[in-house]
Design a protein around this ligand. Structure first.
Ligand SMILES: CSC[C@H]1O[C@H](OP(=O)(O)O)[C@H](O)[C@@H]1O
Length: 356
């Protein structure tokens, strides 16, 4: 059982094909940007941070053997290929933010007369490669900050039960995870009595991926159906919900896997704190609210079939949005690597951090 979703050395990128998990653990080569785009679009790799990392590294492996006759031509290649990668899936913002930052770096290096085209390529490659370790460090910080925030809402001397949705672990990131990183930290602190994970229809990130990670790490865990969340909160004394994010708007509205919104509504009804865990690279201060987030709609077949087996009547219409938006009013806190923020103060506090 491998939990390393991404394997990279300069010139070689392999990803764990998450469409085959948990039955088969198989790595597939990503030899360039077209492979990267297809792997992201088909969801062989998924999860907002992992999408950005695999997208950018797919460009790195493509550029490494290439020679460029000018910095301008290299810059044009970088900008064109990164913007193409952003088009693979529209909702998660991490790929867009990474693309914008790397394009800004390419523009800066193009203007710097002290940098030749070879050095420009090397510095670009190093910037993409740095994403791997930074993501793991961010996730460890998110885990620590999130565990502290959740424990602060509970009686100090008790281990707690938490619920999570979709997959936000090592299979959605470079390692450790965001919301699942918080769960891992609670376990490390011996404060996790039990974690419940939803199956997360129709791609089944919970049943296929989160359960895979929890069994691998030997955490006390139970899989529940998406339809069980209300009954679970009534019966099992859930202390907190912690989920990931694909895009957090400036007012704290959060786009995340479909089903997150209704979990937040049920948590409100039961008085259960509801936390979002995400790196700053998932926060889009350029959009004022969740109304501006594009929600990806995916193929009907993801709903009508499980693998090759049809489970829905032929001819039925389907609606398959991959995400929904949870209003900031339902979110207790947004857990990041730089701290935990109330949605109402997010924009002001993140802006102040970025300006530092
Ligand atoms: C840390 S992963 C964030 C986010 O991505 C997942 O969506 P998908 O599996 O479609 O890429 C899910 O919404 C996670 O919460």
């Amino acid at each position: 059982m491998s939990l390393q979703s991404i394997k990279y050395v300069p010139g070689k990128l392999d990803i764990l094909d998450q469409l085959l998990l948990p039955v088969q653990s198989k790595y597939v080569a990503v030899k360039g940007v077209e492979d990267g785009w297809k792997a992201i679009n088909k969801m062989q790799v998924r999860g907002a941070p992992a999408i950005a990392i695999v997208g950018c590294l797919s460009l790195a492996v493509e550029l490494l053997p290439e020679d460029f006759d000018s910095k301008k031509s290299l810059r044009q290649e970088i900008e064109g290929k990164l913007n193409y990668l952003v088009s693979a899936r529209p909702t998660a913002v991490n790929m867009k933010i990474a693309a914008d930052e790397l394009i800004a770096l390419a523009n800066e290096l193009t203007k710097d007369e002290a940098v030749n085209v070879l050095e420009m390529k090397q510095r670009f490659l190093h910037a993409t490669e740095a994403m791997l370790q930074k993501d793991i460090a961010d996730n460890k910080a998110i885990g620590k900050n999130g565990a502290e925030a959740i424990l602060n809402t509970c009686a100090k001397d008790t281990a707690i039960r938490v619920l999570t949705h979709c997959n936000t672990g090592s299979l959605a990131t470079a390692g450790y995870g965001t919301a699942l990183g918080v769960v891992r930290k609670l376990h490390e602190l011996k404060k996790l009595e039990h974690v419940y994970c939803t199956e997360t229809r129709p791609y089944n990130q919970g049943a296929r991926l989160t359960a895979y990670e929890l069994v691998h790490d030997k955490l006390p865990a139970t899989l529940v159906l998406d339809s069980m969340v209300a009954a679970l909160m009534r019966a099992k004394n859930i202390a907190a919900v912690v989920v990931g994010a694909d895009r957090v708007a400036a007012n704290g509205d959060t786009a995340n896997k479909i089903g997150t919104y209704q979990i937040a509504v049920v948590a409100k009804h039961h008085g259960v704190p509801f936390f979002v865990a995400a790196p700053l690279t998932s926060i889009d201060l350029q959009i004022p609210s969740g109304d501006h987030i594009i929600i990806e709609e995916r193929p009907d077949r993801e709903m009508t079939h499980v693998g090759e087996h049809r489970i829905a009547a032929p001819g039925i219409n389907c609606w398959n949005p991959a995400f929904d938006v949870t209003p900031a009013a339902l979110i207790s806190g947004i857990i990041t690597e730089r701290g935990v923020f109330s949605p109402q103060k997010l924009k002001a506090e993140i802006s102040a951090l970025v300006e530092q």
